[in-house]
Design a protein around this ligand. Structure first.
Ligand code: DQA
Length: 145
């Protein structure tokens, strides 16, 4: 079981960036926690962060046949990127959409996710735990339990 976590723009600023909304954990601390959970669950986990839409599209395309599940926080591109949506739709790998904050309880422009219709599901509003929940769901699905 090989899982890739894709982090979109400004997620590298976690810890500094609006901690009341996004929490106090830095991205690296989130990744360290996820690595421990992945090891307990017996799966491989890798991480990729980019502030550039095209780089995220490239990584999604290359994930096909390499990873068994993708967890993506596309950040602001969630609300704007048809290219990321089309890349997710094009691959056979299932994808869970994750957001730290509850995008439906924030600005109107955050309510719409362009990627939601091509993802297995969305977890939004539970901070770091959203990634952990997504990881546990992905592993359960892959194990068929
Ligand atoms: C976010 C929500 C987005 O609206 C925002 O642009 C982000 C982070 C979240 O994790 O809550 O950068 O995806």
């Amino acid at each position: 079981m090989n899982i890739l976590v894709i982090q979109g723009p400004n997620i590298n600023l976690l810890g500094l960036r609006n901690p009341k909304i996004y929490g106090e954990l830095k991205m690296e601390e989130i990744h360290n926690r996820l690595s421990k959970v992945a090891s307990d669950l017996g799966c491989q986990i890798s991480f990729f962060q980019s502030n550039h839409e095209g780089q995220i599209v490239d990584v999604i395309q290359k994930a096909n046949g390499v990873y068994d599940y993708l967890l993506i926080n596309a950040a602001a591109y969630t609300h704007t990127s048809i290219a990321i949506r089309d890349a997710i739709e094009a691959i056979a790998v299932p994808v869970i959409e994750v957001h730290l904050s509850n995008i439906h309880a924030r600005d109107d422009f955050r309510h719409k996710s362009l990627i939601a219709p091509v993802c297995k599901g969305q977890i939004s509003g539970f901070g770091y735990l959203g990634y952990e929940m997504a990881l546990r769901i992905a592993v359960s699905e892959l194990k068929g339990v």
